[in-house]
Write a protein that binds this ligand. Structure first.
Ligand SMILES: Cc1cc2nc3c(=O)[nH]c(=O)nc-3n(C[C@H](O)[C@H](O)[C@H](O)COP(=O)(O)O)c2cc1C
Length: 221
């Protein structure tokens, strides 16, 4: 049994709040285009000053149908989809190579909002990944080069040594993007915008891509 303090157990039972931002969400009020609706909410999230508004949970599924989820940063979006950067040989990279579908969640808890996105995933072009890599701070470039993301490390020192070696050997030289590092684009076939409301009467508006048109429905909370 997990040994946790009694007051923490009591606290969990009482962690409950009523949502009261007062934003309304309705089929008749949302933009017919989910990307426009996303822009409206994302812009609001950025302007409201919440931390890491571009952080999104990314769920992937492996060859055995088992899901895994982690947070990544959305670095761009357009009608083509939502872009994030990572290591193609990481766990998520291996899962996406087997099953190129993903689900995303943006949670903006201070705004009582959640956006869910589902779609197919493809690698973006090498040129686009290179341009992004070249624009990153050198420390982030070094991190991307030395980390065989998701592989087991014997110790923190092992990584630290790799970092020092690269810093020494690359002094004054430009760093180049490793082959296994780059971007993915999630092309949505479904969005859901969730707005918390009082008394658990939450609003859920879903967009589904059917025959190249977005069909909008309200879902039960
Ligand atoms: C706020 C936040 C932002 C992150 N952004 C990224 C990112 O943009 N790309 C990335 O590869 N990992 C990012 N990570 C780390 C991932 O959550 C994860 O640890 C890593 O990608 C390895 O995942 P995997 O083993 O499932 O492939 C971020 C983590 C947090 C908490």
């Amino acid at each position: 049994m997990v040994n946790r303090p009694r007051d923490l157990t009591e606290k969990i039972a009482t962690l409950r709040r009523d949502y009261q931002q007062g934003f309304t969400l309705d089929v008749a009020l949302v933009d017919p285009d989910p990307f426009e609706q996303f822009t409206e909410w994302f812009n609001f999230a950025v302007k409201s000053g919440i931390r890491e508004p571009n952080a999104m949970s990314l769920a992937t599924v492996n060859g055995d149908g088992k899901p895994s989820v982690r947070v990544v940063l959305m670095k761009d979006y357009s009608e083509a989809g939502f872009v994030f950067y990572t290591n193609y040989q990481s766990r998520k990279g291996i899962e996406l190579a087997t099953n190129p579908h993903a689900a995303l969640v943006f949670l903006w808890v201070d705004l009582e909002r959640q956006i869910r996105i589902e779609g197919s995933v493809s690698k973006i072009s090498e040129a686009q990944s290179e341009a992004y890599f070249n624009a990153r701070p050198r420390s982030a470039q070094i991190g991307a080069i030395i980390s065989a993301q998701s592989s087991v490390l014997s110790s923190r020192d092992e990584l630290q040594k790799k970092k020092q070696e690269l810093e020494l050997n690359s002094e004054g030289k430009e760093l180049t993007k490793p082959k296994e590092w780059g971007g993915y684009c999630v092309s949505p076939t479904q969005f859901e915008f969730w707005q918390g409301q009082a008394s658990r009467m939450h609003d859920r508006i879903r967009y589904q891509l059917v025959n190249n048109a977005w069909v909008i429905d309200r879902l039960s909370p």
